[in-house]
Write a protein that binds this ligand. Structure first.
Ligand SMILES: C[S@@+](CC[C@H](N)C(=O)[O-])C[C@H]1O[C@@H](n2cnc3c(N)ncnc32)[C@H](O)[C@@H]1O
Length: 217
């Protein structure tokens, strides 16, 4: 979650960074060509009523196809939500953006067919709780589409991830480099039916991807 500066009126450098710099940096990095190329591989497979957790600046919005009947985009950051709202005009389905956390999804049980999460589980403070919420709102047999970066299987890269994590999470809005996404998702009650793991382009501690689909058991 993007941290707010202390105090309501006067914002310190940390608050200014979180509110004005970080959202723009996130948008810039997340719309790089390599990242967009990953999105195209899975996001268009969403169908029915869709919940995207951590919708961010809305970079997946234009990728939802005619199989999507209704779309909810959830994110705790009002700054990113403003950017996503501008991208809503490219959305071909009824869509609603909600300011809130994946740890407390404001939707009824079993009301969603697909949950989408791209580069988001890394930043959620309590990912187990968020996965429990995603499972709660998904209907049985519903699908969880994920593209996440996380823990590398290479000991040398993992050592760097562990070393960089404490500073990185402060700079990058709570993002963790070393979460084992497949284990997290499976222990959240999803049967992983498709998964690809591997490095995207860029420095290896930041680019080990887990891309796939889990089915709500
Ligand atoms: C690296 S950005 C990725 C944004 C977007 N998913 C994308 O693919 O471009 C991480 C996102 O996680 C969001 N986030 C952080 N904590 C969250 C939470 N508790 N619930 C939902 N989203 C959260 C951030 O606001 C941010 O939009």
């Amino acid at each position: 979650m993007l941290a707010r500066g202390p105090g309501a009126g006067i914002m310190g450098p940390v608050g200014l960074y979180a509110r004005h710099v970080l959202p723009r940096l996130i948008d810039l990095v997340m719309r790089s060509r390599d990242v967009m190329a990953e999105r195209v591989k899975l996001v268009p497979r969403a169908a029915g009523t869709v919940l995207e957790v951590g919708v961010g600046s809305g970079l997946n919005l234009a990728l939802y196809g005619p199989a999507v009947e209704r779309l909810y985009g959830l994110d705790p950051s009002p700054e990113l939500e403003r950017m996503a709202r501008r991208r809503l005009r490219h959305v071909r389905v009824p869509a609603r953006l909600i300011t809130g956390s994946a740890e407390a999804v404001p939707l009824p049980d079993r009301s969603v067919d697909t949950v989408v999460s791209t580069w988001t589980l890394c930043s959620i403070a309590d990912p187990a709780r968020a996965l429990a919420e995603m499972r709660r709102v998904l209907r049985p047999g519903g699908r969880f589409i994920f593209i996440e970066h996380g823990r590398s299987p290479d000991p040398a890269v993992l050592a760097w991830q562990d070393r960089l994590d404490p500073i990185w999470k402060r700079l990058a809005g709570g993002c963790h480099l070393n979460r084992a996404m497949d284990m997290l998702i499976a222990s959240g009650g999803f049967q992983i039916t498709e998964i690809e793991r591997g490095y995207n382009r860029g420095p290896r501690p930041f680019t080990f991807l887990y891309r796939g689909i889990g089915v709500r058991s």
